[in-house]
Write a protein that binds this ligand. Structure first.
Ligand SMILES: Nc1nc2c(ncn2[C@@H]2O[C@H](COP(=O)(O)OP(=O)(O)OP(=O)(O)O)[C@@H](O)[C@H]2O)c(=O)[nH]1
Ligand SMILES: [Mg+2]
Length: 306
């Protein structure tokens, strides 16, 4: 109460020694901090979160990309605790790379500093345009990797998949072809994301990362031609007609792109509630066939009307 009288706001009782109240403290501090820093980067900067499990080489990639030893690289999993960022210029594009803390499995991340790191990482993904998901060539596509991809998907971010430590691939029995098939399968939810094979140790493949980021970003901010969009919709409707009978049958009459980051579409549809999700997926696939959107999510909304 003495503290409250000083007008400094809420007091949070903690014991660092007993690890009591630390999580609450972090949450309270972050509640004040995050918004303030959320949008200070100018709009022409492509924000790129480098995410992945602990120890896959995120910081090593970050350093190799930025040409500086800014981030600590060490064989101890969980070295990076807080997000480190650096702006880098590539063919006229400014990119801000965010090196993040390695995300562990759910459940293990709930305590103190670990939870803080996870919140920062998810925050970095949310602030990014493109998430670079880093995998380790010696421990191929684990459930955790897919989980991290899921975060990027839930946040509607574009994705690039990087298989790092490719110099060690001889230690395991994975060929390039097998790797490609496996990754495509596990990351189906990021359709056609660019896939790169790198070694932060030798530098191999590292310079392809900014180019892949730029390509994916261009899909993420793509605005398509209105007439072509309508043509694509009507062709899709023609190829797989909706039921012609029934009182509550869905009737689609138009499409419009309402935004980018990611490309977002509104489809005018009578009785949208009776439109089957497989038909919605079919329409999304037709849009992707026509316009690409490789490595980028797209959003589709159905609005009632005629
Ligand atoms: N052989 C090989 N080792 C690598 C490569 N990239 C990173 N390493 C090593 O892997 C270990 C982890 O690298 P970091 O860059 O610290 O990994 P991180 O993903 O940032 O790890 P956290 O910050 O703990 O999540 C270090 O010992 C690196 O030297 C690579 O391409 N090949
Ligand atoms: Mg690190």
């Amino acid at each position: 109460y003495t503290f409250a009288a000083l007008g400094m706001g809420e007091a949070i009782p903690i014991s660092a020694y007993h690890d009591i109240g630390i999580t609450e403290l972090m949450d309270t501090v972050l509640a004040h901090v995050d918004d303030q820093f959320a949008d200070e980067t100018p709009d022409d900067v492509i924000r790129v979160a480098i995410a992945g499990r602990p120890n896959v080489g995120k910081s090593a990639i970050f350093n190799a990309l930025t040409g500086e030893e800014r981030s600590i690289v060490s064989p101890v999993p969980g070295t990076t605790r807080d997000t480190v960022d650096a702006v880098y210029e590539y063919k006229g594009n400014h990119m801000m790379f965010l090196d993040t803390a390695g995300l562990r499995r759910r459940g293990k991340t709930e305590q103190g500093i670990e939870k803080f790191s996870a919140i920062r990482t998810i925050g970095a993904i949310e602030r990014s345009d493109v998430t670079v998901i880093v995998l380790d060539a010696t421990e191929f596509v684990t459930a955790q990797d897919t989980h991290i991809g899921g975060f990027a998907q839930d946040a509607y971010k574009a994705g690039v998949v990087v298989v790092n430590k490719w110099d060690l691939r001889g230690e395991v029995d994975t060929t390039f072809e097998e790797a490609v098939v496996e990754i495509r399968d596990r990351f189906k939810f990021i359709p056609d994301a660019p896939m790169l094979f790198t070694s932060a140790l030798t530098g191999r493949g590292i310079r392809a990362i900014p180019d892949a980021v730029r390509r994916t970003f261009s899909q993420f901010v793509k605005r398509v031609d209105e007439a072509e969009l309508s043509r694509t919709l009507y062709a899709a409707l023609g190829d797989r007609p909706l039921p012609a009978k029934g009182r509550r049958r869905p009737r689609i009459s138009g499409i419009e792109q309402v935004s980018v980051r990611p490309p977002t579409f509104v489809i005018t549809c009578k009785n949208p509630e009776s439109l089957h999700f497989s038909y919605k997926r079919y329409l999304e696939n037709r849009l992707r066939e026509s316009f690409g959107f490789k490595g980028s999510p797209i959003r589709m909304f159905y609005r009632g009307g005629n």
